[in-house]
Design a protein around this ligand. Structure first.
Ligand code: SAH
Length: 362
């Protein structure tokens, strides 16, 4: 992993963040903190292990610390959420509603699966994390946007979601997708801090992290400057400006051509291909002519199209295209030599699939 330039740059970002809450801090930061508290440096490593490996929720429970110091620091927050609600979909995806310290509720999803080799391959555990409470983008087909926006999540609140799912499944998390509630690039500082912590402290490879964005002007450019190895997924959803504006309000001020130019620059700078997400809405953006138009934009572009058949939400009356329609869209893209896959979202029955996340239980 070519981590050096990235980590030093992210370091300069996160060092400014005050700790506590302690979750999301590196060994170095925790060591500096314990020393500040008058403790020997090795306590930093112990603290790191208890926070990330043992999942301790209160400093008072760290039995290797002296009783006296535990009593002194008992009230200092580690930054863990509490479980508000949990439901399991028939396909095994688990949806969690987590309560944050200010009472706000966010949603995360744990998605168990197998690798490409099917049941004989190593089992994976993907966590879909939220980056904001609610979302200000208001995309027409997305339940999260319908509920409005409250606030950005802090670094520890993002990392907490991964630890929570890991503890519940009693299995190491192998992948994290920043595809829950919220627009990650509107919270870029804390998302970068969380990426660094998930990578260094929780031990998840950068290539197993995916940041999904609807596209915010200059932010993809900004992300590229960190030379991360994470996957960038861009919610394109339409092959032209007119249609995109109908579906995504923010497209009005950020034309598709500008967005694609920024994505091209991202590929040049990072050497990583971009994934374009495309929600398939029957009769709206799923016709062969749309696939052709999309292919024209992406020819020669180091990218991959991920089609997401629409997951129904109460507040919108779009329809999911039938299998034939989806298959013909795929075929047109393949004929045009565009790499394409279809994401049949998991957790549909628990309202935990893409676009269905909200803070209520159903
Ligand atoms: N704000 C980020 C993350 C959103 S969720 C972004 O816009 O990329 C991840 C994906 O689910 C996005 O591509 C989003 O557009 C898509 N999505 C939203 N609502 C959906 C729905 N009802 N059905 C299918 N996909 C949906």
């Amino acid at each position: 992993m070519s981590a050096t330039p990235l980590l030093s740059q992210v370091d300069s970002l996160t060092q400014e963040l005050p700790i506590p809450p302690l979750l999301g801090a590196t060994v170095a930061e925790l060591t500096a903190w314990v020393q500040q508290q008058g403790q020997p440096a090795y306590r930093g490593k112990q603290l790191h292990e208890w926070i990330y490996d043992k999942g301790v929720r209160s400093l008072a429970d760290i039995s290797v610390f002296s009783k006296q110091w535990r009593a002194e620091v008992a009230e200092i927050p580690i930054g863990r959420s509490t479980l508000h609600y949990r439901s399991v979909a028939p396909d095994g995806a688990v949806k969690y509603l987590l309560r944050l310290t200010d009472g706000q509720i966010i949603e995360s999803v744990g998605i168990p699966s197998f690798g490409r080799g099917g049941e004989n391959s190593k089992s994976r555990l993907t966590v879909c994390v939220s980056t904001q409470v609610g979302c200000p983008m208001a995309c027409d087909f997305c339940a999260t946007g319908k509920g409005g926006y409250k606030r950005n999540l802090a670094r520890h609140e993002i990392v907490d979601q991964v630890l929570t799912v890991q503890e519940d499944f009693q299995q190491r998390v192998s992948h994290v997708v920043f595809m829950g509630m919220g627009e990650p690039l509107l919270n870029i500082e804390h998302v970068l801090g969380a990426i660094k912590s998930l990578n260094q402290d929780v031990g998840i490879g950068q290539r197993s992290l995916t940041v999904s964005t609807v596209g915010i002007r200059d932010r993809i450019h900004q992300l590229a400057q960190h030379h991360l190895q994470v996957t960038l997924a861009v919610s394109l959803h339409a092959p032209n400006q007119t249609l995109r504006e109908q579906l995504i309000p923010s497209a009005h001020s950020y034309p598709i051509e500008d967005l694609l130019a920024e994505c091209r620059e991202y590929v040049e700078i990072t050497g990583r291909r971009v994934t374009f997400e495309y929600v398939l809405l029957a009769g709206v953006n799923d016709l062969p002519q749309h696939a052709l138009e999309l292919a024209r934009h992406l020819r020669g572009f180091q990218s991959h199209v991920n089609l997401i058949p629409y997951n129904p939400i109460q507040e919108a009356d779009y329809k999911r295209p039938n299998r034939d329609r989806i298959a013909s869209f795929v075929k047109v893209l393949e004929q045009q030599k565009i790499a394409v896959s279809v994401r049949y979202s998991r957790g549909l029955e628990a309202d935990a699939a893409c676009g269905q996340l909200r803070t209520s239980k159903n």
